[in-house]
Design a protein around this ligand. Structure first.
Ligand code: GTP
Ligand code: SPV
Ligand code: MN
Length: 594
């Protein structure tokens, strides 16, 4: 659809002149367009159509082995002063970075089509939503954006003549010379990859990668890095959080927003099948929450996305049946294995597989040395296909949040669940969050790292200013602020066995949280917060050894003191930007630990 938006026309013309594509296509968002692009990718060998009987209208892709996850070392916050990006973000002066990237962008779309994708994060027309325009030379990005965002003509209409949009420029960085043959997954080498954000002009430039958050710019780039900065300026919140509705047997509703780092259980919790009788979970979002204070003084959350870009390995009918049903059809699979009957497979799917073609396009059997699906293999599925999607998931007003949960992957030290003593203590808990790293980022190694609020890779400004913003939001919310909890599903025994069964059984922990909010259930006060004491956590019908429960709910003061010392050293990196109230929390925790 032709746009009357002058600014948009000018920007597209500028990018076209710089990138020099063979042609330009405006994405209309139609099914016909989706089908045509898929066919184009099947024809050129980039996509494989799955067995129509097994998985209708679904397609598999294999990325280049070098392009399998987010690249944190190549991700930049380019603002004038380095201090505004802070010590946890990579920084390059914006003028210098634009110069470097302009050179890369010049002629980068030769031999390719440039797609212009108008998209809305959040329901079109909602006061919380934002419009972005992604320009890309990747048809894979276009079909994914069809699912993950509201994309196409309806956004051009909403934008009108003078509507605001966030420009998001993306190129895979692989121009084709005259007559040069293409490869299945073109991309640039790692040293040429740049995932750049210019928060002072709300601009995103991404170059060289076609994968996930590097390339689907509405997600981490816009909805978290740029939006977190806008949110601070405008007094709202953009968080790496799932959103769920929990209904108890009396029909009371609770809305929970939970922040866990990448590949630490958000999609699973968001669609949980409660094992405690009478409790029900409905999904509103599985990765990102945008939250504003409503007229009622409470915090209301929307999911800016319209699809799930979820971790495939480990997803099964047992662990996450609602995710499995969401991807029964109309889905995209990246870096999964292909079975002999034309379906997909991955480790932990809980169905046998004797032979497959692995994510690197090699023959695979259970005897092979390598995994069949990459650890960060992902599915892209429409949120509307989730059988437990909440009827209000697209309500432009959002849902009122009762509970915040923080957490991460900690095989040691951190107990199953702790409740913050008050909101400030909750901010301290979020700020001190740490997690063992996962395959969701390519370049972070395997280690335990501080990941405040699960936002380490996604906060678009100085993390210390982000903590200040959290305290400020707490002050505005006052006694309407959500209760705050910290969880750890990943504690292991000495032999490396999970101590907690996790998944659906996490409903027991959610139940305790809701009953705490209602003042119906007890807790003991420990140096690190309130914790369930004997009988408070509903373990009825659960086959778990009493010693394991004890270990899951014990605070090892020595280990926590060590953790706190590490946390204090971490805070030192931020110098005098660290909010006084955060330091006060740290001192108080120290005193409580003795
Ligand atoms: P991103 O999409 O990267 O932001 O990840 P996510 O936070 O949505 O993580 P996801 O729910 O996809 O889970 C990642 C991995 O953790 C999967 O392999 C899950 O099987 C596993 N996992 C999720 N919940 C639990 C749990 O309660 N216990 C255990 N042991 N593993 C879990
Ligand atoms: C994450 O890494 O937190 C994801 C996947 O949700 S990606 O979209 O690649 O960022
Ligand atoms: Mn995520």
């Amino acid at each position: 659809m032709e746009t009357k938006n002058q600014k948009l026309r000018e920007w597209v013309a500028e990018v076209e002149a710089m990138c020099q594509p063979d042609r330009v296509e405006w994405v209309d968002g139609s099914t016909a367009e989706y089908d045509r692009l898929m066919q184009l990718m099947v024809d050129c060998g980039m996509a494989t159509k799955l067995n129509e009987q097994k998985r209708p209208n679904s397609f598999a892709f294999r990325s280049d082995p070098s392009d399998v996850a987010r690249v944190e070392n190549n991700t930049y916050i380019a603002c004038k002063n380095q201090e505004d990006a802070g010590p946890t973000n990579n920084w390059i002066d914006p003028v210098e970075l634009k110069k470097t990237m302009t050179e890369l962008y010049t002629g980068c779309m030769k031999g390719r089509t440039m797609y212009v994708i108008p998209f809305s994060m959040g329901p079109i027309g909602s006061p919380i939503s934002k419009i972005g325009i992604e320009i890309t030379d990747s048809p894979y990005v276009v079909v994914n954006m069809h699912i993950m965002t509201r994309a196409g003509d309806k956004v051009i209409e909403a934008l009108g003549e003078d509507g605001e949009f966030i420009p998001c420029l993306h190129s895979i960085g692989a121009p084709l010379a005259e007559g040069q043959e293409d490869v299945p997954w073109p991309c640039a080498p790692i040293e040429e990859k740049y995932i750049a954000h210019f928060p002072e002009e709300n601009l995103i430039w991404s170059y060289g990668s076609g994968y996930g958050g590097n390339a689907l710019l509405g997600k981490k780039c816009l909805a978290l890095r740029i939006a977190s900065n806008m949110a601070r300026e405008e007094g709202w919140m953009a968080e790496h959080m799932l959103i769920l509705r929990l209904t108890n047997p009396e029909g009371h509703r609770f809305h929970i927003a939970a922040a866990f780092p990448s590949a630490c259980g958000k999609t699973n919790l968001a669609m949980l099948q409660a094992t405690v009788p009478g409790w029900k979970v409905e999904c509103i979002g599985d990765d990102i929450a945008w939250m504003k204070i409503g007229d009622d003084g409470r915090l209301h959350a929307i999911n800016p996305e319209s699809g799930f870009f979820g971790v495939a390995p480990g997803t099964s009918d047992k662990s996450n049946p609602m995710a499995m049903r969401s991807l029964d059809e109309n889905s995209i699979f990246t870096n999964c294995a292909l079975t002999d009957d034309g379906d997909i497979w991955w480790e932990g799917m809980d169905v046998p597989c004797d032979h497959a073609i692995d994510w690197k396009n090699n023959e695979w059997t259970p005897e092979s040395d390598n995994v069949a699906a990459h650890a960060n293999a992902r599915f892209t599925a429409p949120a509307a296909q989730c059988p437990v999607i909440c009827e209000d998931w697209e309500d432009p007003a959002g849902v009122p949040i009762d509970v915040f949960v923080f957490g991460g992957r900690r095989t040691q030290t951190v107990p199953l669940v702790t409740q913050a003593l008050d909101f400030d203590h909750g901010v301290f808990m979020g700020a001190m969050a740490a997690s063992e790293t996962t395959a969701a980022a390519l370049d972070v190694g395997q280690k335990l790292r501080r990941d405040p609020f699960a936002m380490l890779p996604f906060c678009g400004y100085n993390m210390a200013d982000y903590w200040t913003h959290w305290f400020a939001m707490g002050d505005k919310l006052g006694d309407k602020a959500p209760a705050v909890f910290y969880v750890n599903w990943f504690r292991t025994s000495k032999e490396g066995r999970w101590l907690w069964p996790g998944f659906g059984e996490n409903s027991r922990v959610l139940k305790w949280m809701c009953e705490r909010v209602e003042g119906k259930v007890g807790a003991k006060e420990t140096p690190i917060g309130h914790m369930p004491q004997d009988g408070d956590l509903d373990l009825s019908g659960l086959d778990i050894a009493p010693e394991d429960v004890t270990e899951l709910l014990t605070v090892d003061a020595g280990a926590f003191k060590e953790d706190l010392a590490d946390g204090e050293a971490y805070l030192a990196k931020f110098g005098d930007k660290v909010p006084e109230r955060l330091r006060a929390q740290l001192e108080a925790q120290k005193t409580r630990l003795g």
